[in-house]
Design a protein around this ligand. Structure first.
Ligand code: NAP
Ligand code: MG
Length: 401
């Protein structure tokens, strides 16, 4: 069979543990037999990050800027235990954090829906995409313990002029926190959300708590409104989609009653929390895709889950594992689809569509990994639990059929 040729290389970021194993198998069984894969390979496995003093991570982010599209395997973010386990020189930073900082992006998470895995909320018929602002707020906050006394917020401008505001007059022990965001980052968050909504032709809802946080959240609301008015209003009208700003409490209530089919833009913390709720409510963390989109149109695709450590320890002991590769397959199909679109390779886009369909129909026909077998319900179909390799081979059979 003639394999599909590629033009521009895809930036390939390899990773750790069970997902590194799945990575190799997905390429071997589902991609390389069909596509003459052209990638620029970066090994972000923890050993290589340690060997290169984490330079490899930054290099992979720079390559993504150069080529425009990357696919990333899940990676370990080291903690004290990992430093010991891998005998690391240092407790290296989260690779995702490094890549996000370099690309200045927004993270979009969308559930992969299949017939037989019912959302816990029965009205949800279409996907809900969470767009999470990935900069600032409590993730870059300064906080600390307070005792009896006054906590103050001091701002010194470039000319040395100071403005001081009292935060609280403590009569006993307590805590304080100061956080920030920048207009530059909020603007790129807004543009990434508007572009993404146009790309997938879904309405965009943006929520904050500006009734309480009048200045801080008010700034987000104002920036979104201005950018929408000046740059996107006409494009949204032409695409037949709407932009709505409302309070986060209101969106939470609306989302539960909705049938899905919306992009929900969230501030950093809201997105962190709500994406876990949405992923779980759709059935499984292993059925959630994640893409980082930068304001200048750079895309990095990955699965939303981690390296599945517990399964990996079983795997290296030679025990059977049934880790779900679907989100990682969709990271590959997302990246290849974007590459096909940018380079005008129709065969690649068509193949990717067939691969996604084959993956979903394999599950719908009753063949799946252990995490899904327990929650699968479809009339006339009895779920069969396969190990990861058998599951990938079942998909390949459908592709070849
Ligand atoms: P995890 O790898 O997502 O796994 C948590 C649990 O969720 C698993 O033990 C498993 O449950 C279930 N699960 C997740 N993905 C699955 C899949 N594909 N198939 C079947 N079950 C799946 O999270 P973690 O254990 O908290 O973190 C492990 C490592 O991943 C950490 O070192 C962390 O730093 C890293 N991490 C990386 C990323 C990333 O690169 N984007 C994201 C998160 C975490 P059962 O054990 O019950 O089967
Ligand atoms: Mg979270």
């Amino acid at each position: 069979m003639q394999r599909i040729a590629m033009k521009t290389p895809l930036v390939e970021m390899d990773g750790d543990e069970m997902t590194r194993v799945l990575w190799r198998w997905i390429k071997e069984i589902l991609i390389e037999p069909f596509v003459e894969l052209k990638t620029e390979y970066y090994d972000l496995g923890l050993k290589e990050r340690d060997r290169t003093d984490d330079k490899i991570t930054l290099d992979s982010a720079l390559a993504t800027k150069k080529y425009g599209v990357a696919v990333k395997c899940a990676t370990i973010t080291p903690n004290a235990q990992r430093v010991e386990e891998y005998n690391l020189k240092k407790m290296w930073k989260s690779p995702n954090g490094t890549i996000r900082a370099a690309l200045d992006g927004t993270v979009f998470r969308a559930p992969i829906m299949v017939d037989g895995i019912k959302p816990y909320i029965p009205t949800w018929k279409k996907p809900i995409v969470i767009a999470r602002h990935a900069y600032g707020d409590i993730y870059k906050a300064v906080d600390g313990a307070a005792g009896a006394g006054k906590a103050k917020l001091v701002f010194t401008d470039r000319n040395g002029k100071e403005v001081t505001e009292e935060i609280f007059d403590f009569s006993g022990d307590g805590v304080v926190c100061a956080m920030h965001n920048t207009d530059k980052s909020i603007k790129s968050f807004a543009r990434a959300c508007f572009n993404y909504a146009l790309d997938v032709k879904l309405p965009l809802w943006f929520s904050t708590k500006d009734t309480i946080s009048k200045v801080y959240d008010g700034e987000f609301k104002k920036i979104f409104a201005e950018i929408y008015e000046n740059e996107y209003k006409d494009k949204f009208a032409a695409a037949g989609i709407e932009y709505m700003y409302t309070l986060i409490d209101d969106v939470v209530a609306r989302i539960v009653r909705s049938e899905g089919g919306v992009v929900w833009a969230c501030k950093n913390y809201d997105g962190d929390v709500m994406s876990d709720m949405v992923a779980t409510a759709y059935g499984s963390l292993a059925m959630m895709t994640s893409v980082l989109v930068s304001p200048d149109g750079i895309y990095e695709y990955e699965a939303a889950h981690g390296t599945v450590t517990r399964h990996y320890y079983k795997y290296i002991k030679g025990e059977e594992t049934s880790t779900n590769p679907v989100a990682t397959i969709f990271a590959w199909t997302g990246a290849l689809k974007k590459r096909g679109e940018l380079d005008g390779i129709k065969e690649l886009s068509d193949f990717v569509e067939r691969l996604e369909k084959a993956t979903l129909s394999t599950i719908e026909s009753g063949k799946m990994t252990g995490d899904l077998a327990g929650i699968f319900k479809k009339e006339g179909v009895t779920p069969i639990k396969l190990n990861s390799r058998e599951f990938l081979q079942a998909i390949a059979e459908k592709l070849n059929a």
